[in-house]
Design a protein around this ligand. Structure first.
Ligand code: PGA
Length: 257
């Protein structure tokens, strides 16, 4: 049985006071449940205060990115060890806003090095994969997912399924309000699990959490998460308000029973 994970990706939003207020709001509304794991991913400069703010609530903290080198002359970058030092436990890797924006244009080789760097530091990588609208229209969705998954995990032996989390994030659904149908999500997730089985073996594949991300809200979360291969969500916009984030956590708890 996979324990669903609901992770909030705050992106470049909130100031410190608002971040603390959001965590307090989530803590006040959320009933810790052994059935759902919860994480919030603030901007890197707020990792330390947010780790403090979540305290013993059971909410984990994650970073939104890392750089794969351990140290050196990489101005502006942050290593996996630095992230782990803050008390963060996980890190988003390969979000489409890093793969596709002009200033970053990160490629799959880089994702792979980042996943390896996270694992070497005992951070859980949340590896994002997903097709653009053009790729979906051209019927390339499953091929794109296969490529991104295989490239991202190349030469990375997995001994435990909880070492990594995969997030299926169709680029056309991120921040657009246009959500994948539960059937589209299930098709992509089942495909990813099948490919994971080929890479890492069936037993590992059966235990890896595959999250859905892209305009997930409390009113569509339950249906998407009721699909057998959807194990939670990576939430952008709806993670910035306690009510909507906790609404999604509750939907995940309901789907898990
Ligand atoms: P969204 O973002 O929920 O605002 O669509 C999801 C994500 O980018 O992870």
């Amino acid at each position: 049985m996979r324990r669903p994970l609901v992770a909030g990706n705050w992106k470049m939003n909130l100031n410190l006071a608002q971040a603390n207020e959001l965590v307090a709001g989530i803590r006040a509304a959320y009933d810790p449940s052994p059935t759902v794991e919860v994480a919030v991913c603030p901007p890197a400069v707020y990792l330390i205060p947010v780790v403090k703010a979540v305290g013993d609530s059971g909410i984990a903290v994650g970073a939104q990115d890392l750089y794969f080198e351990p140290s050196g002359a990489y101005t502006g970058e942050i290593s996996a060890a630095m992230i782990a030092d803050t008390g963060a436990k996980c890190v988003i890797i390969g979000h489409s806003e890093r793969r596709h924006t002009i200033s970053h244009h990160e490629d799959d080789w880089m994702m792979n090095r980042k996943v390896a760097a996270a694992l070497a530091t005992n951070l859980t990588p949340i590896l994002c994969v997903g097709e653009t609208v053009e790729q979906r229209k051209a019927g390339q969705t499953l091929a794109v997912l296969t490529f991104q998954l295989i490239a991202g995990l190349a030469d990375i032996p997995l001994a435990d399924p909880e070492q990594v989390v995969i997030a299926y994030e169709p680029v056309w659904a991120i921040g657009t309000g246009q959500v994948a149908t539960p059937e589209q999500a299930q098709e992509a997730h089942a495909h990813l699990r099948d490919k994971l089985g080929q890479i890492a073996g069936q037993q590992i594949a059966a235990g890896v959490r595959i999250l859905y991300g892209g305009s997930m809200k409390p009113d569509n979360a339950a249906e998407i998460m009721s699909k057998p291969d959807v194990d939670g969500g990576l939430i952008g916009g709806a993670s910035l308000k306690p009510d909507s984030f906790v609404g999604i956590i509750r939907a995940a708890a309901a789907a898990a029973v």
